[in-house]
Design a binder for this molecule. Sequence first.
Ligand SMILES: Nc1ncnc2c1ncn2[C@@H]1O[C@H](COP(=O)(O)OP(=O)(O)O)[C@@H](O)[C@H]1O
Ligand SMILES: CC(=O)N[C@@H](CCC(=O)OP(=O)(O)O)C(=O)O
Length: 275
Amino acid sequence: MEQEPIVLIKYGGNAMLNDELKSAVVANIKKLQESGTKVVLVHGGGPFIKNILKTVGIESEFIGGHRKTTPEALKYIEMALKGEVNSSLVHLLNKAGMRAVGLSGKDGRMVTAVKRYHEVTENGQTERFDLGQVGDVTKVDTRLLKTLLSNNFVPVVTCIASDEAGQDYNVNADMFAGALAGALKAQDYLVLTDVDGLLRDIEDPSSLIQRLTLEELPGLYGSVIKGGMIPKLESCQIALEHGARHARIINGTKPDTIAEVVQSDNHSIGTEICL
Ligand SMILES: Nc1ncnc2c1ncn2[C@@H]1O[C@H](COP(=O)(O)OP(=O)(O)O)[C@@H](O)[C@H]1O
Ligand SMILES: CC(=O)N[C@@H](CCC(=O)OP(=O)(O)O)C(=O)O
């Protein structure tokens, strides 16, 4: 089992907006599984969270790429992620003949988090913003995932985790996935989104950046790397620094990209982030 490569796929809510998109991702996962690759699927579900919060009349805002989360909002966020998104992915993977197991970071105390604060430093002064029940991953126990993988189950994990005292947190799904990819020493960490990768100019799809080193990242935050791309790049850094071999941001709305990247190592797909 230790010898078999692990591919960790982070599936973002924007790339799963219809069943056709989800089915293409599921077909790719099946291809990988059949070739002997172990697959862990980690997912978010931003648009689904937005819908449920709207339905129950809870307003939410993003600060530095993270959703400010009240304890009441967290209850609905967990409902959307586990009750809606996670169960629909498990359903589709099972329907395709795999054995999927739906989890969050709370199961088996797999992922431990601490409360996250958003800090902004200007002119040497640091201002701290309280994000409520938003967490950062501090520890990953991979035993449950490895047990499932060695028995050919496909773990489908969503981004809720608890602290040591049992308090629950909403963790940005990219950051959550990067921590898991690092802890599992994944051969490939693939971040699926709704664009082709990191674009130098967000208005110009032909301005794809094919390869970036970690050293180049700090100079790009704020100018090129904005909004939803911030936690994606941070998560690739976390994954690589903790032992993932390769990290890449790819378009999850294009069929066959996943299998092509993993199986033919096609370097022209997406943005590769390197140590
Ligand atoms: N330089 C950039 N290149 C590509 N996308 C960018 C860039 N900067 C910001 N973005 C935004 O990041 C979005 C992807 O992040 P996000 O909406 O959080 O997606 P997901 O739900 O897939 O996690 C893109 O749709 C795009 O609007
Ligand atoms: C703290 C925080 O921001 N959590 C995210 C978790 C879901 C997520 O990240 O979903 P995507 O992968 O679809 O963006 C949120 O509440 O939206």
